[in-house]
Design a binder for this molecule. Structure first.
Ligand code: GLU
Length: 451
């Protein structure tokens, strides 16, 4: 089994202090460790970062908000959830990052997501700080009315912390256009302001941007395409496996097909569906977004496909693996299996889907590994394009916006690739992304003084 990388001796005590100050928040510890493992060499080139205690400051959120969200279900019962917004870092711009509605949400998950968001947003080159939020609300099986009442109650508390120059949430797991609509409606009602740029991921008829819905999945495939090109190859004729079947997964499948690949499997929490001839993405979209159904429905409708209940999707042989479901879904053993089956590239569409052991296996095997904070940054980058369009009261075409997205993903790849080489780790996109994102935020923090 792969051994975890060690921390620089100056950084080790900082990490220990993060654990002590944030007990039990294991996902947050994991996300911090992953960044800190990369930045030892940065302190050698930039001693001023240590002098200003930038690492310690970056690991402490600027503001953490936790609130009660009471609402009434369709039976008239009072329900209570817990809402969160962690405004992590605003050195580069207003806080920016999604909201996650899922029963697993607690402070440790929101902090891991918010911490990653700082560096992801920095990598996009856009003027946005890092934040994340959400609630332990389970949208599964809830009616439109229940979801609306929940969103209204959530926003009634959160609105006072938001603003187009302050904090701009968007979606994440469990939060799509419908939820953003309810949230925006309540914000507008309370503030009496049509402040479009206070939320992104809006519907196209009321201030949303074209491509935002597709952006994370498309951007992921562009990024992986750049990694493949850097090693002299492409998607052409390659087999892919994509975990998940939400917004990110569906658009990743669609774009990989458009670029000549063939995705044979995707999944949900019940299992995976395998279609050797290539998944019919239109049918999947119909099942998942129109019917709000399960991937097993696909196998019922396509006799050539097979549904594997509780099956491990990473056992399906492929050359390109795109984990697009959730954190820690791809373990060290899964990674070893993928490598043994001939996988050459991995792009993280979800946030932190690969465990540290998994990452090590891929890096040791020389697999092109695109970490989430670089590979899935197309979503938030397109959110920044949405803010740009809102600010100028403009609306761009699909083609123009997609070109901008492709350009941004190319730039992110370039930045990670060049930084990795500069710091003596050629081809290591984990190091490249962490170092490049960190330096950008750290330099801004030094420039802004002790705040
Ligand atoms: N939740 C997405 C992410 O993980 C998008 C955030 C946004 O658009 O603000 O980056």
């Amino acid at each position: 089994m792969a051994v975890a990388a060690s921390l620089d001796e100056k950084i080790e005590p900082i990490y220990r202090e993060v654990i002590r100050r944030n007990p039990g928040e294991v996902e947050f510890h994991q996300a911090v460790r992953e960044v800190l493992e990369s930045i030892g060499p940065v302190l050698v080139k930039h001693p001023e970062f240590a002098e200003h205690r930038i690492i310690e400051r970056i690991c402490e959120p600027e503001r953490q908000i936790i609130f009660r969200v009471p609402w009434e279900d369709d039976e008239g019962n009072v329900q209570i959830n817990r809402g969160f917004r962690v405004e992590f870092n605003s050195a580069l711009g207003p806080y920016k990052g999604g909201l996650r509605f899922h029963p697993s949400v607690y402070l440790g998950i929101v902090k891991f997501l918010g911490f990653e968001q700082i560096f992801k947003n920095a990598l996009t080159g856009m003027p946005i700080g890092g934040a994340k939020g959400g609630a332990d609300f389970d949208p599964k099986g809830r009616s439109d009315g229940e979801t609306m009442r929940f969103c209204q109650s959530f926003m009634t508390e959160l609105y006072r912390h938001l603003g187009e120059y302050t904090d701009v949430p968007a979606g994440d797991i469990g939060v799509g256009t419908r939820e953003i609509g309810f949230l925006f409606g309540q914000y507008k009602r309370i503030t009496n302001r049509y402040e479009s740029a206070v939320l992104t991921g809006k519907g196209l008829d009321w201030g949303g941007a074209r491509v935002r819905n597709e952006a994370t999945g498309y951007g992921l495939v562009y990024f992986v395409g750049e990694m493949l090109a850097a090693s002299g190859t492409s998607f052409d004729g390659r087999t892919g496996v994509v975990s998940g079947s939400g917004n990110v997964a569906l658009h990743a499948i669609e774009k990989m097909h458009a670029l000549g690949g063939r995705v044979v499997a995707c999944s949900d929490s019940d299992g995976y569906v395998l279609d050797e001839a290539g998944l019919d993405v239109e049918l999947l979209k119909e099942i998942k977004t129109v019917e709000r159904g399960r991937v097993s429905d696909y196998a019922d409708l396509r006799p050539r496909a097979r549904f594997a209940p509780a099956g491990n999707i990473w056992h399906v042989p492929c050359e390109v693996a795109l984990p697009c479901a959730t954190q820690n879904e791809l373990t060290g053993n899964d990674a070893a299996r993928l490598v043994a089956n001939g996988c050459i590239a991995v792009g993280e569409g979800a946030n932190m889907p690969t465990t540290p052991e998994g990452v090590r296996v891929f890096l040791d095997a020389g697999v092109a590994f695109g970490p989430g904070k670089a590979a899935n940054a197309g979503g938030v980058a397109t959110s920044a394009l949405e803010m740009q369009q809102n600010a100028s009261r403009d609306s761009w075409t699909f083609e123009h916006t997609e070109l901008r997205l492709a350009e941004i993903m190319r730039d992110i790849h370039h930045r990670c690739y060049e930084t990795a080489a500069e710091y003596g780790k050629p081809g290591n996109y984990v190091a490249g992304a962490n170092i490049s994102g960190f330096i950008k935020v750290a330099a801004a923090m030094v420039a802004l003084g002790l705040i």
